[in-house]
Ligand binder design. Structure first.
Ligand code: GUN
Ligand code: FE
Length: 424
């Protein structure tokens, strides 16, 4: 079949490593069957006859990856942000998630959630739902229909939570298996196991999920050492286990697929070793950290120890699904951490935060999040953000977008090289 070749002109910016943003101003990116084949200052001779879509001085960047977000909490974004985790869960989040038993309510919320992710340029997402299988299925199919890349998991919780959400252990395992068994075909959206966090899971439940992970070669997504309260409670609930990460390792949940741990704010040496061993992702959610969690991920330490770091919004513990705003907040928080714990050089650059939110987080989903040859053209065109009388480099304009821009500045969206229709 004939190769479909598209050429786009603009100011092309991406982060091939944590160390730098690669800026290709006034350049051409060539996309063949949805995959980047090269970036050029001038159109290659053999392509001169092909049409070019010109985005002028606007930015062309990779789309974002949100590695920790609760689809069912989209409707509570920006609410109860004056609580800490335990009260926020018990007083707001659990009652709100219970509503997802109603398929009609779930559909309305998940449609709005998916639409808003696309609006903010997030095309790859690792999503928690609720304990309810039917509405979780709906989210899975909606993300698939929109062409997104993702992981979706039905939440498990069978103890230390309100009766209206508490699952019977055997039923929880049965429903989870049905969810996994229904999604064995390869696809861009895949199922994942989502035990909510150790304090609300019994050992029997985690071991049962471990058996399912092995049977279906499936990954796990959960919260890890996210607050002092959580870290202490996890070990109280699991006597004989030495660390939060070891709970998942010993119950057989690691090593059968990707492992993604949200927050990782108080990791012990053993937690870090386990994450490194399984090539897990630690997901930094800077705004949630500020709002309900209260602690700052030791990002530089994890980086030095070779743990992969991604970015998440953790909505509803954050106000919006804008991953680009989390990039700015990650830089801000790294300065606060350095201020309060001076010494090791904990500040990060915008380039580094952008790398975590695009290429490194994107690794979970395949070849997305960069514009090196072979990566899918999952991309955004962002308004140039420049004052006309005061020119800025492409990198500075991207920085301004992260701090001061919003979805109205995203002019076009591409998934697998296909331009999305304009959003309403
Ligand atoms: N820990 C357990 N459940 C949750 C949740 O819904 N959000 C966050 N941020 N942490 C959690
Ligand atoms: Fe969370």
């Amino acid at each position: 079949m004939k190769t479909d070749i598209r050429i786009y002109h603009g100011d092309i910016v991406f982060a091939p490593s944590a160390k730098k943003l690669e800026e290709n101003e006034d350049s051409y990116i060539v996309v063949e069957d949805g995959t980047v084949s090269g970036i050029y200052e001038h159109i290659p001779d053999d392509m001169k006859a092909l049409p070019v879509t010109d985005f002028g001085r606007n930015l062309i960047t990779p789309a974002f990856s949100d590695l920790h977000v609760h689809g069912a909490q989209f409707v509570q974004r920006g609410i109860a942000m004056d609580c800490l985790l335990k009260d926020w869960l018990n007083d707001y989040t659990f009652p709100q998630e219970a509503k997802f038993k109603d398929p009609e309510y779930g559909k309305l919320c998940y449609d709005a959630f998916v639409e808003d992710m696309l609006r903010h340029g997030t095309f790859h997402a690792n999503v928690f739902t609720t304990v309810h299988r039917e509405t979780s299925e709906y989210l899975f199919h909606t993300m698939e229909k929109k062409g997104m890349y993702g992981f979706v998991g039905k939440v498990n919780m069978d103890c230390h939570c309100p009766d209206y959400l508490k699952e019977d252990t055997d039923r929880s395992l049965r429903e989870t298996e049905e969810f996994l068994a229904g999604h064995t075909r390869p696809g861009k959206v895949r199922p994942i196991l989502v035990p909510r966090f150790a304090p609300v899971c019994s050992e029997k439940l985690l071991k049962g999920l471990g058996a399912l992970a092995r049977k279906y070669q499936c990954g796990i997504h959960t919260h890890l050492v996210e607050s002092r309260w959580e870290a202490a409670t996890a070990l109280e609930c699991f006597p004989g286990y030495e660390s939060d990460a070891q709970i998942y390792e010993k119950t057989g949940l690691l090593g059968h697929g990707p492992s993604i741990f949200a927050h990782v704010i108080f990791p012990t040496g053993q937690d870090t070793e386990i994450l490194k061993h399984y090539e897990s992702f630690a997901v930094h959610c800077p705004e949630a950290t500020n709002n309900v969690i209260a602690g700052i991920m030791p990002l530089k330490r994890l980086e030095i120890e070779d743990v992969k770091v991604a970015i998440g919004t953790d909505v509803g513990a954050a106000g919006s699904l804008a991953v680009y705003r989390q990039i700015a907040k990650a830089v801000q928080l790294s300065k606060l951490k350095e201020f309060y714990e001076p010494g090791e050089g904990k500040t990060i650059t915008l380039a580094q935060a952008f790398y975590h939110a695009t290429k490194q987080g994107g690794e979970l989903f395949g070849k997305v999040g960069s514009f090196e040859k072979g990566y899918r053209f999952n991309a955004l065109v962002i308004e140039n953000m420049e004052d006309p009388w005061s020119p800025l480099s492409a990198a500075k304009r991207l920085e301004r977008f992260c701090y001061a821009g919003d979805d109205r500045n995203i002019m076009e969206r591409f998934i697998d090289g296909v331009m999305l229709p304009k959003l309403a």
